[in-house]
Design a protein around this ligand. Sequence first.
Ligand SMILES: [Zn+2]
Ligand SMILES: [Zn+2]
Length: 246
Amino acid sequence: MPHQPRIIAGVEVTPLCDAVGPMGETIRRPLAEMFPGAALREEPWILHFHCYLLRDPAGRLTLVDTGIGPADSPASSWAPVPGTLTAELAAAGVAPADVDTVILTHLHSDHASGAVADGRPLFENARHVLQQAEFDVAQGAMLDRILTPIKGQLHVVDGQAEVSPGVHVHLAAGHTPGHQIARVGELAITGDLVLHLAQLSDPSVRYLYDDDQDQAAATRAEVLDALRAEHAVLATAHFSDPFVQL
Ligand SMILES: [Zn+2]
Ligand SMILES: [Zn+2]
């Protein structure tokens, strides 16, 4: 079931819970290795996989991230596939063809795989917003099986851009070279800027699977500082609570 929606800056924001589960054995590590130096109690790390649906007052629909995808998706080696994004959308009264804009925070397989079903774009009428720096380094299954099928619907941006009235994206690199966050009003949908609550209290806590751990930590500190100063609401991909009031 979707988590409870909120109205932020006149926009209805519905967290869509695509999946819940631990990482698969192929990439699972003890928390002490995933988040070195965080002094976390060792326990199973159960991730939620959240996408966010934005419905503005004019009825325009923006989807931020597309989840882990179907049973045979590029995420199937490690994520709890299949994702339930289409059922979550249906519960919110939305068919994939209704979505006007898809924002892909980055091209990791648990964020972008749901953009394609049976080799075709699932959101057939949507522009798909991606940072140039992410596009430039795409490779492997994410390039062949996700980016190539949606190529005709890509809207590649460089840095900051307004992608739908009132909805902005900002480059927040480090987790991946072209990782971006989305903003609407005081809401910040942060992709993988923060993976674990420990990084909210200490942004310098590294994450094993950040592409560039130093850059990611610097970006995390800078972005979280700015968001705290404006008492923003965070919407994270992997926390169990979809919203965090800063
Ligand atoms: Zn959830
Ligand atoms: Zn990621």
